[in-house]
Design a protein around this ligand. Structure first.
Ligand SMILES: Cc1cc2nc3c(=O)[nH]c(=O)nc-3n(C[C@H](O)[C@H](O)[C@H](O)COP(=O)(O)OP(=O)(O)OC[C@H]3O[C@@H](n4cnc5c(N)ncnc54)[C@H](O)[C@@H]3O)c2cc1C
Length: 533
């Protein structure tokens, strides 16, 4: 008799949803193993607390990529959430379903847009500014258009001046153009999948959560995954799963746990002395991420900086938050933006933009504090090419679960990606040079996007761009074992009793932020798992 029916590795955006949905009937015993803690920091609950968790090792794995020639020899800082809620506990809260073609392009049966849209509808409750609700899902998606800073109006005017669309619902049927970002909050507090799903599920007697449980390996009998080996309070423990083990450790760690367990590229396993269970060359491959860049401007009228930089402004914002759960502390640092086409000839949007009525200085080592804005009025315009074609890898370096990962994003390695960078920046340049935004610009903080040429744009991007924190794809889903890691039901090809359910199974990155699609994926995965039981 096994210890549990299902063992879920990782209580992140995906794992928390699985824990809830797999245990809901009361028929299955579910164990969730999470390497970090309970995620009770007040900076997690506070939406703008994002700035505080960005470098906090207590809640953040703080990975580093390998240096990349294409990025001027720089290494990249990759924060990932550590603790209940995972990266959903430390993210910037933007809720973006992605665009219909993102999922149709996955070209995997059962994951087309029409199907996943139904899943989104079931998972969400949309909350309007007046508090009225649409939908019955556990996850609240808040429309904050009544709370954003006044300075954002210039961004909408600029889009309008260029004849670009705007939308009142970036997650609705008309999703293109200038938009206010919807965020995952409820009552002014972060509503990540831990709060929406895991916390209620933990009231059930058939759900067990073990925190500070660091999973080292999955144990196999032949080609069947039977148990999970992990460290907890200095002891090594192995627990059995009667039905399935579900790997939800995120795009950086799920492929590494597979490799450490003997499922990975044959040469890698051999070189590191790992007994192979199954040669699976694609484990760790297909890594995709969004790269973005900020352009900073001093503003001619007050922005969030004026509200949050002075001491009295901080006190006022804190009091407003304490008494009303509203105001700048209740919002994401990303207030507006949207999906845009860099050229009207394109069939689909190819860029995601951000317009933030705040600036903060970025020091050379990449440290920053979002809640310590500059002492002058300022704003940021930024973009990320939506669908990069560069593909990288995440691998283990040595046969040691504690060793840092080998992350090689292979950024800007295609002509198309380099062209997309120039196209995105030129779109931002057009916006900043509109009459609407000209009146908001006092001056550019170096470099001056308004006058940059394409070659300058690309060289500046190489020196200053950074991840937008959306790594996906390292255990890609696909119909064919020859080209993917998991099948359309997220079962590891060639293995019994093991699935991967997290951002690592995306065949292609979605056009926007990746948390909503990851949660959708987990919600739907639970149906597939229960369907098989
Ligand atoms: C700073 C930042 C800002 C972001 N901003 C946004 C945003 O505004 N909007 C958006 O949509 N997306 C955003 N994202 C991305 C989004 O949060 C992720 O795509 C999403 O959370 C991924 O979910 P996941 O379930 O795949 O992994 P995660 O949520 O990272 O979960 C993995 C879990 O596994 C645990 N784990 C790892 N290794 C082990 C082990 N060995 N044993 C046990 N447990 C383990 C981790 O501690 C973690 O809890 C952001 C991410 C970051 C880091």
């Amino acid at each position: 008799m096994a210890d549990y029916d299902y063992i879920i590795i990782g209580a992140g955006s995906a794992g928390c949803i699985l824990a809830d949905r797999l245990s809901a009937s009361g028929r299955h015993k579910v164990l969730v193993l999470e390497a970090g803690g309970r995620g009770r920091s007040p900076w997690i609950a506070l939406p703008l607390g994002y700035g505080k968790t960005f470098h906090d090792p207590a809640v953040n794995w703080q990975y580093q990529t390998e240096p990349e020639d294409a990025l001027a020899g720089r290494t990249g800082y990759w924060p990932r959430g550590k603790g209940v809620g995972g990266s959903g506990a430390i993210n910037a809260l933007v809720y973006a379903r992605g665009l219909p073609h993102d999922f149709d392009d996955w070209a995997v049966a059962g994951w087309d847009w029409d199907t996943v849209r139904e899943t989104y509808d079931a998972m969400e409750t949309q909350v309007a500014p007046d508090g009225s609700r649409t939908g019955k899902g556990p996850l609240h998606v808040q429309d904050v258009s009544d709370q954003i800073h006044r300075a954002n109006r210039h961004f909408f005017a600029a889009a309008n001046e260029l004849g670009l669309p705007s939308t009142t619902n970036i997650n609705g049927a008309k999703n293109e153009g200038a938009a206010v970002y919807q965020i995952n909050t409820s009552g002014g507090r972060r509503m990540h999948s831990a709060r929406a799903f895991l916390t209620p599920a933990l009231k059930r007697p058939n759900v067990t959560l073990m925190t500070h449980a660091f999973v080292e390996r999955i144990v196999f009998e032949g080609r069947r995954a039977t148990a999970v080996q992990f460290r907890h309070k200095g002891r090594q423990i192995t627990l059995n799963a009667d039905r399935e083990i579900i790997l939800s450790a995120g795009a950086v760690t799920s492929p590494r746990i597979l490799q450490l367990s003997g499922i990975g590229p044959a040469d890698l396993l051999k070189d590191l002395g790992i007994t192979p269970v199954l040669a699976a060359p694609h484990v760790g491959g297909n890594l995709q991420d969004h790269l973005g860049i900020n352009y900073y401007f001093r503003a001619t009228e007050p922005t969030l900086n004026n509200m949050l930089a002075p001491f009295h402004g901080k006190v006022r914002a804190a009091l407003q938050y304490a008494f009303t759960r509203r105001g700048p502390l209740a919002l994401s640092v990303n207030q507006c933006g949207g999906y845009f086409r860099s050229s009207p000839e394109l069939a689909r949007p190819d860029q995601q933009l951000y317009f933030n009525p705040v600036t903060y200085t970025t020091s050379p080592n990449g440290r920053r504090s979002v809640i310590k804005p500059d002492p002058f009025a300022g704003f940021i315009i930024s973009f990320q090419p939506s669908r990069p074609t560069s593909r990288g890898r995440v691998d283990i370096r040595v046969n040691d679960p504690n060793a840092a990962p080998l992350i090689r994003p292979h950024s800007l390695s295609t002509d198309e990606d380099r062209a997309q960078v120039v196209a995105g920046a030129l779109l931002c340049q057009k916006l900043i040079n509109t009459n609407a935004l000209k009146q908001l610009v006092e001056r550019a903080i170096d470099p001056d996007l308004r006058v940059m040429q394409p070659d300058e744009i690309l060289s500046d991007f190489r020196v200053r761009c950074g991840t937008v924190f959306h790594p996906v794809g390292t255990c890609r889903m696909g119909e064919e074992a020859a080209t993917s890691v998991v099948d359309p039901k997220l079962k590891v090809h060639g293995i019994e009793g093991l699935r991967v359910v997290d951002a690592s199974v995306f065949p292609n990155i979605t056009s926007g932020n990746t948390n909503a699609p990851t949660m959708m994926l987990a919600y739907r995965a639970a149906d597939l798992i229960l369907g098989d039981s």
